[in-house]
Ligand binder design. Structure first.
Ligand code: 5RP
Length: 226
């Protein structure tokens, strides 16, 4: 299976959990995009009806609207029956790192407002220890330079996320500092320290949000449950 086929396989398995009449949170990223496409197809084929959805990013909302998926403000339909989204890293305790697509704040808000959150991913996202790659931290522009210095002093090697030669601006008008968790430090402790600093809006560490993960591998699909 190609990486895209694995994403589609995980998305298809998650679609089986969607029933007519549900309220749904739609994630962001290339795997979530496949899920949104399948939801659109199921609605068009009338295999699903009366779904009400909310989106974790403007990009997903654009895709969902183009497919005729009914979109609502989160507060109108929360609590949600189900959210489905990708992840950048998943550990054995179903803790996640998210946000390398830049949508971590809305993702966390939507996923905390969901009774059930299914992560969809291919097996390249499974890690022994979170922090193989960067941990995205969403910050207010006013505090960004100071936070960048603070994070550097904490040995977190912060890098400002850029796009087209300028700092990447999130859907909520913030900026992103990608930090590295030192191998000898526990991610939960580092995140607790980060969150104490004014100007930090949210981090991409999702310790409790996911209720299950559908992981696609060349050998087939497997489900992890909390
Ligand atoms: C976006 C995210 C994505 O869910 C994460 O980056 C995974 O993306 P992909 O499915 O493209 O690998 O957290 O903020």
């Amino acid at each position: 299976m190609t990486p895209r086929e694995m994403k589609i396989a995980a998305a298809r398995a998650a679609l089986q959990q969607v029933k007519s009449g549900m309220t749904l949170g739609l994630g962001t990223g290339s795997t979530a995009e496949e899920f949104v496409r399948l939801v659109g197809e199921a609605l068009a084929a009338r295999a699903l009806r009366d779904i009400r959805c909310t989106c974790t990013s403007n990009k997903t909302e654009q895709q969902a609207r183009s497919l005729g998926i009914p979109i609502h403000a989160l507060a109108e339909i929360a609590p949600l029956d189900l959210a489905v989204d990708g992840a950048d890293e998943i550990d054995g305790k179903l803790r996640l790192i998210k946000g390398r697509g830049g949508a971590l704040l809305r993702e966390k808000i939507v996923e905390q407002a969901s009774r059930r959150f299914i992560v969809i991913a291919d097996d390249s996202k499974l890690v022994e220890r979170l922090g193989v790659g960067v941990l995205p931290v969403e910050v207010t522009p006013f505090a960004r330079e100071l936070l960048q210095r603070r994070f550097a002093a904490m040995d977190l090697a912060p890098v400002l996320r850029m796009q087209d030669g300028a700092p990447r601006v999130t859907d909520e008008g913030h900026q992103l500092l990608d930090v590295r968790i030192p191998p000898n430090r526990d991610i939960a402790d580092v995140v607790a320290q980060i969150r104490e600093l004014a100007g930090v809006v949210e981090t991409g560490f999702f310790p409790r949000e996911a209720s299950e993960a559908i992981i696609a591998a060349a050998s087939g699909i497997r489900t992890m449950r909390r």
